[in-house]
Design a protein around this ligand. Sequence first.
Ligand SMILES: C[S@@+](CC[C@H](N)C(=O)[O-])C[C@H]1O[C@@H](n2cnc3c(N)ncnc32)[C@H](O)[C@@H]1O
Length: 251
Amino acid sequence: MNELRDAVRDKYTERALNIAGGGSGCCDSDCCGEISDSAGCGYSAAELASVGFDPKASLGCGNPTLLADLRPGEAVLDLGSGAGLDVLLSARRVSPGGHAFGVDMTDEMLSLSRDNQRKSGLGNATFLKGTIEEIPLPDAAVDVVISNCVINLAADKTAVLREAFRVLRPNGRFAVADMVALNEISPFLKRQLDLWAGCISGTITVADYRQALEKAGFADIEFEITREIGVPQSEEKIASAYIRARKPAAA
Ligand SMILES: C[S@@+](CC[C@H](N)C(=O)[O-])C[C@H]1O[C@@H](n2cnc3c(N)ncnc32)[C@H](O)[C@@H]1O
């Protein structure tokens, strides 16, 4: 698990440095490769402009802020916040009175996100260093957990979902864009660290994802497949999906 996490950190360090140098964070063959087509990922040009964000710095596979129905005064947490787009958009939506947090393990991504926050002029956002398997926030700290193309990268998805459940308040919402597998990913593919870090070989099936969410305690679980992607030179199929769930009021 540590080897996988190190491979993911190395990959996203490289991508953050590329973005900082004026390039794109995307590779052309992985799930993140089409994000610069911002319309395809659900961000309008006006929305991107509202936080002064360059779409080349986004590495997501959807727009989780669309799902979450954010309201003024709420607290939001983005798991794996990258260059910070979803945190900054959330900060705008929960204003006045609300706050948006991002957590990321890669120093270079945190540095980009803090620069982007300075440029946006938004004061109600905080980027925290940490892993999504051990979120650096207390229990019941937020109303909404969002994430964009990150949970598939975690070797221990059970730990991530348990942590997401812990930091949510009762009745809190989980609203995530992620990659899922439409058939089982072969053990051979799973061992390819590069494909893991490129959001391909770490994906799990919808059934396994649902089971992991149920095991963590979530209710009202819904999956919506948004875009199917073939894996080059293999039988495997993956897709981007929107995933919604709720922490029960009595939990
Ligand atoms: C595919 S990028 C997505 C970034 C951002 N959500 C977006 O939409 O642009 C994955 C991000 O998650 C971070 N990440 C991956 N695994 C992580 C983990 N286990 N804990 C914390 N951050 C992680 C990486 O550093 C990277 O910034």
